[in-house]
Design a protein around this ligand. Structure first.
Ligand SMILES: C[C@](O)(CO)[C@H](O)COP(=O)(O)OP(=O)(O)OC[C@H]1O[C@@H](n2ccc(N)nc2=O)[C@H](O)[C@@H]1O
Ligand SMILES: Nc1ncnc2c1ncn2[C@@H]1O[C@H](COP(=O)(O)OP(=O)(O)OP(=O)(O)O)[C@@H](O)[C@H]1O
Length: 480
């Protein structure tokens, strides 16, 4: 029997939950049975993980899911965890579990994680001995690194005396291997246009709220100095793709700048680029800009250019007004054309982000005669007090795009719905994950809802720290 492993899709949630329920039956008669069978996967958490690309599914020849693995990246800075791995009992012992495990570990390595951890039963053949065969070793579970996992075990009522914790070390990706980087989405929590510059660009004030959700950029160094886009986005030819343009701009800059030697021995100055698009295009969530920023920041590291954040932000500005905030990687108050940034620490909030499937062209909106361009200046305190929440584009978009208006109206039934950027995506702020998922679950079929968390620091900065740490560790241990 052959099988295929790919990223899980939200349409597979029920199937994956059913696989877990069948797989747990294998523990019948074991002392852990009572606690294991009492706990099933919360579908909304699985959906979150799928939306973040952290779940992979094994499909049989009929494209039916027969197993899955779920990675948890909340455990620690450079540690990923196996949250769940299950294979249908009648598909056991065919290498499906092993392939899923390797797939998840390969992704974690490419994303700069240094270790994969898991908790499992010591005395069950397809548990600890299986993981031991695949490079995991039992660790001291009393160590502080496992306090969080054991607390979760306690909450779940799992039998501590039968559980072991295991770790598998990962090494940094080698020269010709893929590396994985996040490109988060942003929301504009308000947006005011205060004037127009002689070059036609608008002076604005906005708050950029970075999200813990977005696209995934994969980069692999090339020896021949070329920048190649693999896959590509339908309707976006490679020379206009912002990810490609960012790599080319950085390459040109590094070749021209004094003191920067892109051709330095051992660092191939070309790159293959792949992007997994999750952020809706033309959605006002800054997808293309974030892809570009991720390419700038990641290639600065991979090409060992050592350019400063200021230089990278300025290169980003040349690509688009929204790029600098993603390069700097902090939620921020913004002025100018969006490039003058003051980092903000905002209260923890979840967002229901609704895609009405109606791309809105930014340029046309900035040109709209009815757009208010002379708003009085807002202050950070008026934003913080909740007084300033309007988006200057909202009335224009409402009048021109009925689907976006319908999305605002529907979401507005649960609280204050706002437009992000120039739209068409709209969002609602919620104080808890449960409230956000409860609203998202009721999303009409005409729209798509995503629940995301606001973050002060971009996942890209976390990824950069991870990759730097992994490279340093590999260098000092003499790997590669
Ligand atoms: C609406 C926002 O997303 C809010 O964050 C941004 O202001 C738009 O940023 P962006 O898509 O990165 O914009 P760019 O790619 O730089 O510009 C696209 C076009 O939008 C208009 N534009 C953009 C930004 C700005 N402050 N004033 C403008 O008038 C310009 O006509 C420009 O040609
Ligand atoms: N890598 C990319 N991802 C998405 N769009 C891209 C990319 N490269 C070029 N584009 C082009 O840029 C356009 C706008 O893309 P994007 O998804 O960033 O819009 P947006 O979210 O409305 O941006 P903003 O919030 O900055 O206005 C797309 O319609 C597409 O033609």
């Amino acid at each position: 029997m052959s099988f295929l492993i790919e990223r899980a899709d939200p349409s597979q949630i029920d199937a994956l939950c059913a696989i877990e329920r069948k797989a747990v039956q294998l523990f019948r008669g074991h002392p852990a049975w009572a606690s294991y069978s009492a706990i099933s996967i919360p579908p909304e958490l699985l959906q979150q993980a799928i939306g973040r690309g952290l779940v992979w599914v094994a499909l049989n020849e009929a494209a039916v899911p027969v197993g899955f693995v779920w990675l948890d990246t909340d455990a620690g800075d450079s540690v990923a965890g196996i949250a769940e791995i299950d294979v249908l009992p009648d598909h056991g012992q065919r290498g499906i579990g092993a392939a899923l495990l390797e797939h998840a570990c390969a992704w974690a390595g490419a994303a700069g994680y240094r270790r994969v951890d898991l908790g499992t039963l010591a005395d069950v053949r397809w548990n600890a001995p299986f993981y031991a065969k695949h490079g995991f070793a039992v660790v001291d579970k009393d160590g502080p690194a496992f306090a969080y996992a054991r607390e979760r075990d306690r909450e779940n009522g799992f039998p501590d005396h039968l559980r072991v914790f295991m770790s598998r070390p990962l090494s940094a990706p080698g020269r010709g291997e893929w590396t994985v980087w996040p490109a988060p989405a942003k929301l504009n929590l308000f947006l005011r246009i205060t004037g127009r510059r002689p070059d036609g660009y608008h002076e604005l004030q906005t708050v950029f709220r970075l999200l813990d959700w977005g696209d995934e950029v994969r980069l692999r160094l090339r020896d021949d100095g070329e920048v190649r886009r693999l896959g590509g986005i339908p309707g976006v030819p490679p020379p206009t793709d912002l990810a490609v343009r960012a790599a080319q701009l950085l390459q040109r800059h590094a070749r021209a700048a004094t003191g920067v030697n892109i051709e330095r021995a051992g660092v191939p100055p070309g790159v293959d680029i792949e992007v997994t698009k999750r952020i809706p295009m033309g959605g006002g969530l800054g997808g293309g800009s974030s892809d570009a920023a991720t390419v700038l920041v990641a290639l600065n590291q991979l090409w060992r250019l050592d350019l400063t954040e200021d230089v990278l932000a300025e290169l980003g500005r040349q690509l688009g007004a929204d790029v600098p905030v993603f390069v700097r990687g902090r939620s921020a108050w913004a002025e100018g054309i969006g490039e003058q940034l003051t980092p903000l620490s905002l209260p923890s909030r979840h967002y229901v982000v609704l895609d009405p499937h109606e791309p809105v062209p930014t340029v046309a909106l900035f040109q709209a005669p009815e757009l208010t361009r002379n708003a009085p200046r807002a202050t950070i305190s008026s934003f913080v007090s909740g007084e300033t929440t309007e988006n200057a584009f909202a009335p224009v978009v409402r009048a021109r795009h009925p689907r976006v208006a319908a999305a605002l109206d529907w979401l507005g039934g649960f609280g204050q719905a706002r437009l992000s950027g120039s739209g068409g995506c709209v969002f609602l702020e919620a104080k808890s994950f449960d409230r956000a998922t409860a609203i998202a679950a009721r999303c009409p079929v005409a729209f798509t809802a995503q629940v995301a968390m606001g973050v002060d620091v971009s996942p890209l900065r976390d990824a950069l720290a991870r990759h730097r740490g992994a490279e340093r560790a590999t260098r000092t241990t003499g790997g590669r």
